[in-house]
Write a protein that binds this ligand. Structure first.
Ligand code: BG6
Length: 491
């Protein structure tokens, strides 16, 4: 890692280095992800003064959906207006819009893209860096990487590759081979935008910057961990992708296991990419294989009627998993992971449940039914994020009766949010700086598919659930017994 990057991750406030001059190529520029996240994110970075002094953004798509430069600017303007925090107006927008151009590319013909890159590099002058962002369906990663190699565009470039990286161990290995035939591992940035979320990165600060929490962060004190990411959204017209993917591949094996890596890792020697990813890889090594008996798969009623979904689809729109990290710190502590579409709320929550005291010296209190849930640290990692310790306290009055109490840290109360970056923005910036710490490494990705193999080869049947429920019952609740899901919260 370059020294500027290492310094950035540990530096005091206000010393953020700027990346070198860049040509950023968005492959899949007309797709959903570019529209919702990448174009608005790049504009926000530009308006915040975080992009390099000189940069160009080239949109790319197959010739069949090619745009002119002008059409691409209009496409980007609309995307930013729809989904951006910063609205596309004024000098900030004009500067960004001037940096946009378009070059089509197909596996047999990268000439228009190569020409657009050449033009952009000439306009910038010197030797700008090149960053490709592959915002395309997983099946296209291999052919597009090969195309970049064959067209001579990959030399010295960096590439951001979206998730899911493969669909099983075999395909992930094949994809790693195809990528490594063109790019060396230091050039490869497998993105998982959950790792760019402020509150997920804050898990490292919470654990390793304070003497208060780390001593209790183990099996002696923690009975269970939950990583719960329910969504109220349906598949939002993404049947083509989703029906082939399902909740396990879309969310669990990617985002939720990455969060688990941060929660479960040993203190790394430093925050640089090697040490951080080495520790995460050790956690993945220690994960026990996932079998059908550890998993509940649900499908919301009405899913099969969504446009583009097979009428007999067996794809799960909700998955709940009981995972175990079989090492000295965590042996015997279940990690419950759940995510799905059309569930009861949209939340992103980690819950650590602590052992109760060995003796109950208080009379049965009225919160008794909640008692298990009141011994918890709850990390809400949806932006802007919060951390709460939920515990029992004495209620005022003559009796020794207990009530639910909370100690809470809320990002918005403690820090100005002006500097906050969305996951994608943070990670694109890191990729431009060459910092791989928050990107997944080939060994880690392959290991996660490896432990998933028994499940993928022999999945349990999908069970229906009503939209707005919390997955199929009683299976979803049984999976966590004798504990309870923290969500939905009481009250
Ligand atoms: C994506 C998944 O990676 O993450 C989507 O493909 C999911 O299905 C999304 O909705 C959730 O991300 P966010 O940014 O809303 O936390």
């Amino acid at each position: 890692m370059n020294p500027a990057t290492a310094a950035r991750r540990t530096a005091a406030h206000g010393s953020v280095p700027r990346p070198d001059d860049h040509v950023i190529v968005l492959i899949g520029a007309t797709g959903d992800l570019s529209r919702r996240k990448l174009l608005p994110g790049l504009f926000h970075l530009s308006a915040a003064g975080l992009l390099p002094g000189r940069y160009r953004v080239i949109g790319s798509a197959p010739a069949s959906s090619a745009l002119t430069d002008e059409q691409f600017r209009e496409h980007a303007r609309r995307a930013v207006a729809e989904s951006g925090i910063t609205k596309p107006t004024g000098d900030a927008w004009d500067t960004f819009a001037r940096a946009l151009s378009f070059g089509s590319a197909d596996p047999g013909n990268a000439v228009p893209l190569a020409a657009a890159i050449q033009r952009a590099e000439k306009q910038i002058g010197g030797s700008p860096r090149r960053l490709f962002h592959l915002a395309i369906p997983p099946a296209a990663f291999g052919p597009v990487v090969a195309m970049l190699g064959a067209a001579g565009l990959a030399d010295g470039a960096r590439v951001i590759i979206e998730k899911p990286f493969g669909t099983d161990l075999r395909s992930a290995r094949a994809l790693n081979q195809a990528v490594h035939a063109v790019f060396g591992e230091p050039q490869v940035f497998r993105i998982d935008h959950f790792l760019g979320k402020e509150s997920v990165d804050n898990i490292l600060a919470f654990r390793f910057a304070n003497g208060l929490f780390e001593p209790i962060w183990n099996r002696e004190h923690i009975r269970y961990v939950q990583i719960d990411v329910p969504e109220t959204l349906s598949i939002e017209g993404r049947a083509g992708f989703y029906d082939k993917t399902g909740a396990y591949r879309d969310m669990i094996v990617t985002h939720l296991f990455q969060v688990l890596g941060f929660l479960a890792m040993e203190p790394p020697t430093s925050l640089d990419a090697k040490h951080l990813r080495d520790e995460k890889a050790k956690v993945f090594e220690a994960l026990k294989p996932i079998h059908a008996r550890h998993v509940v798969r649900g499908q919301y009623e009405g899913y099969r009627l969504e446009r583009g979904v097979a009428p007999d689809s067996q794809t799960e729109t909700m998955a709940a998993v009981r995972a175990e990290v079989d090492n000295w710190r965590w042996a015997g502590v279940p990690f419950f992971l759940r995510s799905g579409k059309r569930l009861g709320a949209s939340r992103q929550v980690v819950t650590l449940g602590f052992h109760e005291p060995p003796l109950r010296m208080f009379r049965a209190h009225k919160e008794d039914t909640l008692a298990g849930r009141l011994n918890e640290i709850v990390i809400d990692f949806a932006d802007p994020g919060s951390i709460a310790a939920e515990f029992l306290a004495k209620e005022p009055g003559p009796e020794m009766s207990l009530g639910a109490a909370t100690m809470a840290f809320r990002y918005q109360d403690s820090f100005a949010s002006a500097n906050a970056l969305k996951g994608y923005e943070r990670l694109i910036l890191d990729a431009m700086l060459g910092d791989q710490a928050l990107f997944t490494r080939s060994d880690g990705v392959e290991r996660l598919w490896e432990i998933s193999t028994p499940l993928l080869e022999n999945p349990p049947p999908v069970e229906p659930y009503a939209p707005g429920a919390w997955g199929p019952q009683p299976s979803a609740d049984r999976l966590v017994a004798p504990f309870r899901w923290h969500l939905p919260e009481a009250g």
